[in-house]
Design a protein around this ligand. Structure first.
Ligand SMILES: Nc1ncnc2c1ncn2[C@@H]1O[C@H](COP(=O)(O)OP(=O)(O)OP(=O)(O)O)[C@@H](O)[C@H]1O
Ligand SMILES: [Mg+2]
Length: 267
C-alpha cells in the first residue's frame, strides 16, 4: 500500500544547525528516489529559495500570498515553481514576507491556521512529501508551519557546544502544539548533523543525545561534516547538483531511505 502524503517541518530555534541544508538535500534525495516533493520556504532569509532556484529570485507569486490574510485571489498552485528536477518543486519566499508578521500577530490566534487553510489540502493531494524549511526561532511563522504539518524533524549541530536544555525545550514546544492545537502533528526524529567523529565535542554531543532521547527519537542516519555543503550553497546548488559523489550526498540519500521506511510504518 502507498503511504499517505505527509507534510514535514524542519525546525530548530537555534540558527545554523542545518535546517536549510537538510530541507533541500533531503527533498532532492527523495525526488531522485521517485517521490514527488514540494519544498516550502518559510524563512524570509530565503536560503532554500536560492538553493532550489539556482540563485534566481521568484518572479511572481510566492509564500507571501499564502500567508497574507488579505489574499483571496491567489491559490497555492499559482505559487509553485519547478526546479532543476522534475519531481521537485518549491513555494519560494521573498524577504518582505517578514513584514507580514505584524499583520498576522494582530489577528491571532486565527492567523496560526492561515498556512494550514491555504496549503494543506493542495499539498497533500499533489505531492507525496512536502518539507517546510523554517527560520531559527519559535515565532509566529514557525507556529503557522507546525499548525500545517504532520511531522517535525529537528536537526541538531553536533559540531559546536550547545544547550541540551534548549533542545529539550524545542521538542517540548512541538509536543505542546501537537497536544493543544494540531493533533495531526508528531515529533518525528532528531537528526544529528555536522558530525565529525574525530572530535571529542562531536562524540560527546552524540553520546549525550543518545542518552537523553530514546532511540526512536533519533534518526540512525547521521550527517557528517563535509565542506562540500558550503561549496554547493555558495553556488546555489544542492549537493546532488554540485557534487553527487560527496560523502554528504550519500548521507542524505541514506536519510531519505530511512525516512521512507519510517513513514511506511507510521502512515
Ligand atoms: N553537514 C555539514 N557539513 C558542513 N557544513 C554544513 C553541514 N550542514 C550545513 N552546513 C553549512 O552550515 C551553514 C548553516 O547551515 P544551514 O543554512 O543549513 O543552517 P540553518 O539551520 O538553516 O541556518 P539558519 O538558522 O540561519 O536558517 C551553511 O553554510 C551550510 O552550508
Ligand atoms: Mg536556514
Amino acid at each position: 500500500m502507498q503511504p499517505r502524503s505527509v507534510i514535514i517541518s524542519v525546525v530548530n530555534n537555534k540558527g545554523g544547525v542545518g535546517k536549510t541544508t537538510t530541507t533541500c538535500n533531503l527533498a532532492d534525495a527523495l525526488a531522485r528516489k521517485g517521490k514527488s516533493v514540494l519544498v516550502l520556504d518559510m524563512d524570509s532569509q530565503c536560503n532554500a529559495t536560492s538553493m532550489l532556484l539556482g540563485g534566481e529570485r521568484p518572479n511572481a507569486n510566492t509564500l507571501f500570498e499564502l500567508l497574507d490574510p488579505e489574499n483571496t485571489e491567489v491559490s497555492p498552485e499559482q505559487c509553485v515553481y519547478p526546479t532543476f528536477h522534475e519531481n521537485l518543486h518549491i513555494i519560494p519566499n521573498i524577504d518582505v514576507t517578514a513584514a507580514l508578521e505584524v499583520k498576522l500577530i494582530l489577528n491571532l490566534p486565527a492567523s496560526f491556521s492561515v498556512l494550514r487553510n491555504n496549503l494543506r489540502d493542495f499539498a497533500l493531494k499533489k505531492f507525496d512529501v512536502t518539507i517546510i524549511d523554517n527560520p531559527p526561532n519559535m515565532g509566529t511563522f514557525v507556529i503557522c508551519s507546525l499548525y500545517a504539518s504532520d511531522f517535525v524533524i529537528v536537526p541538531n549541530d553536533s559540531g559546536s557546544k550547545y544547550s541540551i536544555e534548549g533542545l529539550i525545550r524545542a521538542v517540548e514546544f512541538i509536543k505542546d502544539v501537537s497536544k493543544n492545537a494540531n493533533p495531526d502533528l508528531k515529533f518525528l526524529r532528531l537528526l544529528i548533523t555536522r558530525l565529525d567523529k574525530r572530535t571529542s565535542i562531536s562524540r560527546a554531543i552524540m553520546h549525550q543525545i543518545r542518552e537523553i532521547f530514546n532511540p526512536h527519537d533519533v534518526f540512525n542516519t547521521t550527517i557528517p561534516i563535509n565542506t562540500t555543503f558550503q561549496q554547493a550553497e555558495l553556488h546555489s546548488k544542492t549537493i546532488y547538483k554540485y557534487a553527487p559523489k560527496a560523502s554528504g550526498a550519500a548521507a542524505y540519500r541514506k536519510l531519505a531511505t530511512e525516512l521512507i521506511s519510517i513513514l511506511e510504518n507510521k502512515t
